[in-house]
Structures are given as structure tokens and as C-alpha cells.
Ligand binder design. Structure first.
Ligand SMILES: [Zn+2]
Length: 117
């Protein structure tokens, strides 16, 4: 149910609907105050796992920082995450998952004894 942003009633109609690549754009019209407004509708995607988030961040930051370390970013890796081949994605996610597991393990099993002087 859609509420009119102007008068807050819920009697609105859709008079135009357009499917775009990542969402559907709908033009709506309020039957009471005649206010016209646009909504975007997209499917809520499932939340990303920590390893996936880390892999994505790694990918983005690597590309961002590489030039300042003298590397030319390669055509293939300069792609946005969504265009990275599925195989590469899975590999990176697996690596990140292992890193996270090892870090978690170490954090849990390290007991601090005193402080360094
Ligand atoms: Zn209205």
C-alpha cells in the first residue's frame, strides 16, 4: 500500500510503470489531492555474508589504491564487482572466509598476560 507523501491518504493509483535494469519506476497519482509522485521498487536482496563484504571491499580498495603504489590497474580487475566472473568472485570470497575464520580463531584463543613494558 502506498501513502501519498502530500496528504498521507492511501488512495493512490499507478499511471505509469517502467521496468529499469535494477528497479521498477512507478508514477503515482493521489486520488484525493492530485499530487503526483514517483516510487522505485526493487527486490530486497539477501544480506551479504561477512566474507562477501570483505571480498567486495578488497576488490574496490585494491583498484583504488593500486595506482598510488605504481601499479596500473588491469583492464580485467578494474571491473565493478558485479561484472567480476563468478569463478573469481567465489575464489575471493573463499579466501576472505578463511581469513575471517583464522582471525576469529586467534582472537578467541589469545589470552593476554600482563602488559608489555
Ligand atoms: Zn494526496
Amino acid at each position: 500500500m502506498m501513502v501519498c507523501p502530500q496528504c498521507k491518504n492511501n488512495k493512490t493509483v499507478v499511471f505509469d510503470s517502467r521496468r529499469l535494469s535494477t528497479y521498477t519506476r512507478r508514477r503515482r497519482h493521489c486520488l484525493l489531492c492530485n499530487y503526483r509522485f514517483t516510487t522505485r521498487e526493487s527486490l530486497a536482496s539477501k544480506p551479504l555474508s561477512r566474507s562477501e563484504q570483505l571480498a567486495i571491499k578488497f576488490h574496490q580498495l585494491y583498484e583504488e589504491l593500486a595506482p598510488s603504489f605504481g601499479y596500473k590497474t588491469r583492464e580485467a580487475s578494474a571491473k565493478p564487482w558485479s561484472e567480476v566472473p563468478e569463478n573469481n568472485k567465489q575464489l575471493m570470497i573463499s579466501v576472505c572466509s578463511r581469513i575471517l575464520k583464522e582471525l576469529d580463531y586467534r582472537n578467541k584463543h589469545t589470552i593476554r598476560v600482563g602488559t608489555r613494558v
